[in-house]
Design a protein around this ligand. Structure first.
Ligand code: PMT
Length: 396
């Protein structure tokens, strides 16, 4: 889960172990990383760009002048990542990177890159041990490049010397370790609620709320990407359970409350994005009610206000609620912040185009303390990341 949605660029250069990049790339893809691949001309002779395209699910940059629809400017697009993995790294690419040469797409993207670089050198032992290579590596390390040390090995009978690409598991561990350490919510337990609740009238009919669960699921995934242990309490939705997240499926408000309270003791953060029904029928018939005369009254009673209840036993937890409003957005949301004893309210006007229920986008106003932060319309996934980043900031 720690690699889910992580933007990683893989630069492949012309070492004989270029074929091993295929295994790493397919593992990264299977782990949910978003990949961009750049290959030098010599790498393309050792493994085809088509192979890497199929494995990464993304067009491969081989030409810095590629002006096709795939790229805006390949070397700049490639630099937009959270980690740049250079694998295998030849002596040549390290020499170019150390001295700012940008004469093809991999070296140019490294020059434009400002994300951390993990570099897995692989070359002939004498090339590796050459003072020029060692000097270039020292320059790059000085600039913060992380070298994934080559293995020391020798063909049978020959002396053990360094230069062979590090073991694949070592490379995988380095990548996972990087993202696990960079995870802003490592060690935190986060409860997220999502979707609607249904309050049954009889075995067939219910009153309930709208809600696809998209906002809550995106929040759960964004929290998990930051290394949190996430429990997602979901009302009736038709979304797939996200991998690596504990999902508790519930139907009614009181089931949602029970599921959340079960997890609350050791929780650090709760984000209530579920649209919880405010009322439930006073009685639930155990059989299907027969159609009767017009204008019947249904007696309803309040459901538990889950979030207000959590606010009463808040302790040191961080509580975030949503406010679904149709008017006076900020004023009502500020009221909820105080009344429910929250740290953060995320208000959305559910009548606004591209916001609220069912759609893939949202327009969020974050309210905390006496601050109001207005976000523009963006995908729920992006909004979820912004919200998690804000929570991390507020947690200090
Ligand atoms: O699921 P989607 O289709 O992606 O839609 C997302 C969303 C519109 C449902 C979401 O962005 C949202 O606004 N969720 C909150 C909906 C809501 O119930 O708002 P409210 O203003 O009525 O409630 C305020 C807060 O109290 C909410 O955090 C709510 O979860 C909580 N609440 C409400 C009632 C209740 N009985 N118990 C609660 O805990």
């Amino acid at each position: 889960m720690v690699l889910q949605g992580r933007k990683i660029t893989v630069g492949i250069t012309g070492g004989i172990t270029a074929y091993k990049a295929a295994e790493i790339v397919s593992w990264l893809k299977a782990s949910g990383a978003e990949l961009q691949i750049a290959m030098t001309a010599s790498a393309c002779q050792l493994i085809t760009p088509l192979t890497m395209k199929v494995l990464s699910g993304h067009p491969v940059a081989t030409d810095i002048m590629d002006t096709s629809a795939n790229w805006h400017a390949p070397h700049i697009d490639l630099a937009d990542c959270e980690l740049y993995l250079l694998l295998p790294a030849t002596a040549n690419i390290m020499a170019k990177a150390a001295h700012g040469i940008a004469d093809e797409v991999v070296s140019a993207s490294l020059l434009a890159n400002h994300a951390p670089v993990f570099c897995a050198p692989a070359m002939n032992t004498y090339m590796y041990e050459n003072p020029a290579t060692q000097h270039n590596m020292a320059i790059l390390q000085e600039r913060g490049w992380q070298m994934i040390e080559p293995d020391s090995s020798g063909l049978s009978g020959s002396p053990i010397r360094k230069g062979q690409l590090a073991d694949i598991d070592t490379i995988k561990q380095a990548i996972v370790g990087f993202f696990a350490n960079a995870s802003k919510l490592a060690g935190k337990k986060v409860i997220v609620s999502a979707g609607p609740t249904y309050e049954f009238i009889d075995s067939v009919s219910f009153i309930g709320t709208r809600g696809s669960g998209k906002m809550g699921y995106a929040l759960a995934e964004a929290a998990a990407r930051e290394g949190a242990e996430v429990v997602l309490v979901a009302g009736p939705v038709s979304l797939n359970d996200p991998p690596g997240i504990t999902v508790k499926h519930v139907v009614s408000a009181s089931e949602m409350q029970d599921a959340i309270l079960d997890e609350y003791d050791d929780a650090d953060i709760v984000i209530m994005s579920a649209a919880v029904a405010d009322y439930r029928p006073a009685k639930v018939a155990d059989h299907k009610l027969k159609k009767g005369p017009e204008n019947q009254c249904l007696e309803v009673v309040l459901t538990p206000d889950i979030l207000a209840g959590l606010g009463k036993q808040k302790g040191s937890r961080f509580l975030a609620g949503f406010a679904a409003e149709t008017d006076n957005l900020e004023q009502y949301a500020q009221g909820k912040l105080k009344e429910k004893n929250l740290d953060l309210v995320l208000a959305n006007n559910v009548l606004e185009d591209g916001a609220g229920f069912d759609v893939d986008t949202n327009i969020i106003t974050a309210i905390y303390g006496d601050k109001i932060e207005r976000f523009p319309k963006m995908s729920k996934k992006k909004a979820a990341k912004e919200i998690i980043d804000l929570i991390v900031k507020l947690l200090g």
